[in-house]
Each structure stands twice: as structure tokens, then as C-alpha cells.
Design a binder for this molecule. Sequence first.
Ligand code: FES
Length: 62
Amino acid sequence: MCFGRTFAELKQTAEATGADSVAALQEHAVFGQRCALCHPYVRRMLRTGETVFHEIVTVEDE
Ligand code: FES
């Protein structure tokens, strides 16, 4: 969750718009403009479709 948006909501937006990166998705939804900790999660969501994460995901995991 970031800026009140869930990963499931962001996934729906990505599917509806074809956005395939954090930057592309940010053109359609307000998120990710503060700590950026959500960016690796959003990138994994875009890669795999996952919207529920049971572990910490960082840039080192990519
Ligand atoms: S969780 Fe998205 S900017 Fe901080």
C-alpha cells in the first residue's frame, strides 16, 4: 500500500493502461513519490502479477 493505493489496485491500473514500469504506472496513478520503498514491490508485481508479499522485497532482490 502506498498513497492509499493497494498493489491490487495498481495491478488493475497497469492492466487497464498497459503500463509496464514504475514510471509508466505513475502517469496513471499517484504513488511512489515519497520513500520509494514500494518501487521494488511494484516492479515485482509488474513482472509476476503478485499483489501479496510475504517477505521484504528490496532492490537487491531484483
Ligand atoms: S511506500 Fe511508496 S513511496 Fe513510500
